[in-house]
Design a protein around this ligand. Sequence first.
Ligand code: ATP
Length: 473
Amino acid sequence: MSNVSMKEIVNLCQNRWFVFQGSEIYGWLANAWDYGPYGSLLKENIKNLWIKEFVQKRDDMMLQDAAILMNSQVWVASGHVWGFSDPLIDDKNTKERFRADKLLEELISEMWDKASTLQDKYWVSNLVPESWSLEKQTEVMRWESVKNPNTWESWDWTDAKKFNLMFKTHQWVTDDTGAEIFLRPETAQGIFVNFANILRSSRRKIPFGVAQVGKAFRNEITPGNFIFRTREFEQMEIEYFCEPGKDLETHAQWKQACREFLLDTLKIKEENLRFRDHEADELSHYSNATTDIEYMFPFGWWELWGIADRTDFDLKAHMKESKQDLSYFDPVNNKKYIPYVIEPSVGLTRLFLVTLIDSYTIEQKWEETRNYLKLDPKIAPIKVWVLPVVKKISDIAKPIFKQLAEDFVCEYDDVWSVGKRYARFDEIGTPFCVTIDSENYDAWKVTVRYRDSMEQELIEISKLNEFIRVRLK
Ligand code: ATP
């Protein structure tokens, strides 16, 4: 488990230009976050690696970018207009709002801890508040005297109500009439509605998949834990279409692919991850299998990535609502069917948070404490920091910065002592520093310092770019 606290992560993000509070000069907008210079680069690098691994390096995947605003019928067909809601409950005394199912989950986890026999533990583990009616959730909240988690004193619960999580807006049709539309709560539906277009234009044979990255919006009842749960966030989603009956093996392959991405590409620590297969009573009615990849956040195990076998539910629903044919003719077996789909869906901003927590390192060295981000060099926001030992040699240092900036995202810094500058670069996870001094420059050399070991090496200027390129792979 990572020993870092959320407070340390939030401080790092705000002090080192990763993430700022949104609309800060106007007293902020709660739960809105702006990504600063290093945050934007880190987010972009994670996204590009995801595209590289899941699209560029495979011959069965394509990328698309659908609009955020879609015809409202899309959300009727997908079930979001009627079903995309959470049970909310208010404490009448404090006027605070909570998700009833989450409060009940906490109660159940306390009950599980207290259960002394295997039989009791088994009984408790079968309680799934998410699947209970609103009446049952209200009744249990009151019967068990569930406390307000913020005050631990007062609680006087209203009845649980359904609260649709989609943000509504209006698109003007004429001067005074507006059609109600929604900000998309997920990117996935943009892939289903384009299924026929993609089939026609790409002439792909099943199995194949489509990937999409983009913003999604959910009017969450209880956003929080910094950027973990926000109302505006980015998702990276895949819909992988396969033949009915091959869905379970395809689901297993995607579990493996996502595992490799987290462990081998992003180098997330294995002990901080767990794969949780949904039990039959947790599965959605249309799903044959669903796995949540959970991460051990400083506030507990929570979902990072969901991998769902959604069968033919979505394509069928859109066929019915749009009255368009979304079936596939398989030329090999000479048969027509509606493909099944596997959906690996991960929040880019949630994965961003995971990379920071997982790489946050505190080291005791020479009686000094060193904090740094042990980010994989591939996702580090700045790859090389260029620093002249003294300001006045900028005439020789600036051309070296230019030479490196041709190939890598670099920064130039000539303020403060070299030691202080190193500490700052380490803190944001810069894997290499290139230090320039007149003496070595006369021999056409510079010093390269490594973030993790802090070791230094003299390198010829003419070989510098290649030296770093090899180490970034
Ligand atoms: P959660 O239970 O955490 O609300 P979910 O099961 O509703 O998530 P999905 O609808 O499966 O999530 O969305 C897929 C992924 O999108 C999640 O695994 C998560 O990484 C990300 N995600 C979902 N909601 C949010 C949010 N409000 N803020 C940030 N990321 C989110």
